[in-house]
Design a protein around this ligand. Structure first.
Ligand code: GRF
Length: 197
């Protein structure tokens, strides 16, 4: 069975959706590691509760981003992990991490990329008066939210919708889409854009 590592900096609701997918058997994989750059990330607690090995890797204890990324890579390499699944991991990974794992890192983003990369994407789409937004699952390359797109799903923005309401609906959609795409990745049933692995 494929082994995956999940990287998360925050709440970890997407991690939870993946944990449940694994538990239900819809994602035929083992989550071998939950890694966070924040000691207080609730994602770590979710990992522990699910009996998954967790690691906190502190950026502050490394002299450079490259040294930090080398430590992340060592965590992944030591566990024979086939996929690194980013779920709200708030650090930009350097080529030192991305290159050795080319085409094996996946991310979910709460907007229809290439629109609204970076942070506060839901809010920016709402404030721009967009009539629709959505979620994007993409492979991670050396840019910020720029890698090849694997799946996008749209969501209509309702007239007068609040940021709170829209955020809730975007997250719900993420929790449906991400487990499905991760299942397709580990079973090799999704088309991976050429030249990425
Ligand atoms: C999600 O909106 C995801 O798209 C973005 O970060 C957020 C993480 O939320 N990359 P959670 O920690 O999974 O609840």
């Amino acid at each position: 069975m494929e082994r995956i590592a999940v990287f998360a900096s925050g709440n970890g609701s997407n991690l939870q959706a993946l944990i449940e997918g694994v538990r239900a058997g819809t994602i035929p994989a083992v989550i071998a590691l939950v890694l966070s750059d924040r000691a207080d990330a609730y994602a770590l607690e979710r990992g522990r509760k699910a009996g998954i090995e967790t690691r906190f890797v502190d950026r502050k204890s490394f002299p450079s981003r490259e040294a930090f990324d080398a430590a992340l890579l060592a965590e992944v390499n030591g566990r024979k992990v086939g996929w690194v699944v980013l779920a709200g991991f708030m650090r930009i990974l350097t080529p030192d991490f991305v290159r050795p794992l080319a085409g094996r890192i996946v991310n979910i983003h709460p907007a229809l990329l290439p629109k609204y990369p970076g942070t506060h994407s839901i809010e920016r789409a709402l404030e721009a008066g967009e009539r629709e937004t959505g979620v994007t699952v993409h492979l991670v390359d050396e840019g910020v939210d720029t890698g090849p797109i694997l799946r996008q799903e749209k969501l209509e923005i309702r007239p007068g919708e609040t940021l709170e309401g829209l955020t809730e609906r975007v997250h719900q959609l993420e929790h449906e889409v991400y487990p499905r795409v991760v299942a397709e990745l580990v079973t090799g049933t999704i088309r991976i854009p050429k030249g990425t692995r």
